[in-house]
Design a binder for this molecule. Structure first.
Ligand SMILES: CC(=O)SCCNC(=O)CCNC(=O)[C@H](O)C(C)(C)COP(=O)(O)OP(=O)(O)OC[C@H]1O[C@@H](n2cnc3c(N)ncnc32)[C@H](O)[C@@H]1OP(=O)(O)O
Ligand SMILES: CC(C)C(=O)C(=O)O
Length: 517
């Protein structure tokens, strides 16, 4: 792997630290699928597991080592003989393998967990690196909990392990305790003070306990770190690790600031994120940077108008560059006319006048107040309904209210405008729709017979619009009426009124045609 100062090495640990997220264990086959996706993404190093942890982990690392050819495959090992030899064995089939060995260097870990003196830790670290080198040339060493370690002791350890043959030294903020300025300063200090620092790549591994994993990693990159350890979707022990997609895109989008870039094929980011979410069952929050469903979605009219005129007004990255098909305009109650007109144009509806657009837009806003997201099918129904409003129609539904309760007869109160005059009526019925139709019949006795009544939902979800078709017959002549609304009783009344208008306007025809429904 090149030690180019402009190159930021991406070390993915989704299969190792990511799997340490409680509930995220993966089978060997699933790990191989994810590893292949990481390889396609051109991740430099894939940490495939901790071979000494279990037989299953050993076999997974071995399977990944056998199947991945273009990325370095890495196995984690404590600074112990058994762990290191298991890692060496598991990595045997690898085209390029790396052993990552570690031991904690913070006062609390050394005293309370390892129960070792600092000099003993230093000695064990050097021994571990030398031992690992017997299995492969590519050895990484981590002073665990470096973020809470004493910097001068860290310098001593790093100098010694580099001399012992570690080609990467990784500085973990194991418990996510550091803040960006401090962590950047630590990396700068270590790089300046360790005499043989230029013989190894400085890496960082940050946890997200304070939500600072990405910020700390980026501060370290500014301070000269040239490997970042990260995971897809930010999975990892406790609050997780730095998220791969955020690191990669921050550095790429702000190359002016970071002076380095990765070799990642960013178009594989979203497919890989989805694969990891599906396999682990850890779904991605909608507002997650880069890979969240809303990361490239615009809902408000002012933003949509800006993006339609020039994407850069509200987009600092292109959705297509990270693997989305495109950015997304979400039509909802904050949207404006420009986005509304553009989406309908894409769906094949062109408004003939501003007046027509405005009329449809008012109906759209009414619908958006009732429904969170307006889908294409809703828009189409909205426009179809506008088209259904017949020229010279004589009857218009002004309002409808229906009461229905368990054990009580439903009652509908309707207000219609008939030939321009508002009229009210109420009627009981066997159900709310029946009551509504009877109330309408009281005001407009059309002498028709109902041949068909059908309801279908336009989109899915309980806030979906219902689309109703009614077929009426009078003296052997038949008409179809349609209506749509989030309230199916109102949709039914609209459809009924639409059919009655056709009867009154003489738009009936002699034979019913099933295909019309
Ligand atoms: C910061 C990190 O994410 S580190 C990686 C964390 N990942 C894992 O722990 C992987 C899964 N772990 C496991 O399956 C098990 O813990 C094993 C197989 C590794 C070890 O299991 P056990 O032998 O039962 O030990 P246990 O987990 O109870 O305790 C850990 C032991 O390792 C020692 N230890 C911890 N880290 C290191 C290290 N880097 N080098 C050497 N010894 C270490 C501890 O002091 C403790 O020693 P002790 O048993 O003498 O007190
Ligand atoms: C093994 C090391 C790198 C680790 O996972 C940590 O310190 O969080």
């Amino acid at each position: 792997m090149s030690r180019d100062k402009d190159r930021l090495i991406i070390f993915d640990t989704t299969l190792r630290d990511g799997e340490q997220s409680p509930g995220a264990s993966m089978t060997k086959e699933e790990k191989v699928r994810i590893a292949k996706a990481l390889e396609r993404m051109r991740v430099d190093v894939i940490e495939a597991g901790f071979p000494a942890a279990s037989k299953g982990d050993f076999e997974s690392v071995e399977a990944v080592a056998r199947q991945v050819k273009d990325s370095v495959v890495c196995g984690l090992a404590r600074a112990r003989e058994d762990d290191i030899s298991r890692a060496g064995e598991a990595l045997k089939p690898a085209n390029a393998g790396r052993i990552h060995t570690f031991i904690a260097t913070s006062p609390i870990h050394m005293k309370m967990k390892l129960q070792l003196e600092p000099d003993e830790v230093l000695e064990q670290a050097v021994w571990a690196v030398k031992y690992a080198r017997q299995f492969c040339d590519n050895v990484e060493f981590s002073p665990e909990d470096a973020g809470r370690s004493e910097p001068d002791f860290l310098c001593r350890v790093l100098e010694a392990v580099i001399d012992a043959g570690a080609s990467t030294v990784n500085i973990p903020d194991t418990v996510g305790y550091n803040v960006p300025d401090q962590f950047g300063d630590l990396i700068r200090y270590l790089r300046e003070r360790v005499p043989n620092a230029d013989k190894a790549v400085f890496s960082v591994h940050c946890h997200n306990d304070l939500g600072l994993a990405v910020a700390n990693s980026l501060a370290a990159v500014r301070a000269g770190a040239r490997q970042v350890e990260c995971t897809v979707n930010g999975l990892g022990e406790r609050a997780g690790n730095a998220s791969l997609e955020e690191i990669v895109m921050a550095v790429r989008t702000r190359q002016d600031f970071f002076d380095c870039d990765t070799h990642i094929n960013a178009q594989e980011i979203v497919p890989t994120s989805r694969l990891v979410a599906n396999i682990t069952g850890f779904s991605v929050q909608p507002n997650k940077a880069i890979v969240g469903a809303n990361a490239f979605a615009h809902e408000s009219g002012i933003h949509q108008d800006g993006v339609l005129k020039s994407r850069e007004t509200y987009e600092i990255m292109r959705a297509e560059d990270v693997g989305w098909k495109t950015n997304r305009m979400v039509l909802g109650k904050h949207s404006g006319r420009n986005a509304f007109r553009t989406r309908l144009q894409e769906l094949g509806t062109v408004f003939e006048s501003e007046e027509q657009l405005n009329e449809a837009f008012v109906r759209f806003k009414e619908l958006a107040d009732k429904k969170h997201e307006i889908f294409d099918d809703d828009l189409q129904a909205l426009v179809t309904e506008a088209n259904l409003a017949l020229e010279n129609e004589r009857v218009r539904l002004v309002s409808l209210s229906v009461t229905s309760a368990t054990g009580e007869t439903p009652e509908a109160e309707v207000t219609l405008s008939v030939d321009g005059k508002e009229q009210h009526a109420s009627a009981p019925g066997s159900g709310p729709v029946d009551a509504a139709f009877k109330a309408i019949d009281t005001l407009v006795p059309s002498g028709t017979q109902l041949l068909l009544y059908s309801v279908s939902n336009i989109t899915t979800g309980t806030d979906s619009q219902g689309e109703v078709t009614v077929r009426l017959e009078r003296a052997g002549r038949v008409v179809n009426g349609q209506g749509a609304d989030t309230d199916i009783v109102i949709a039914s009344a609209k459809a009924y009124v639409n059919a009655i208008n056709k009867i009154l306007l003489g738009q009936d025809r002699t034979h019913p045609q099933a295909a019309d429904v």
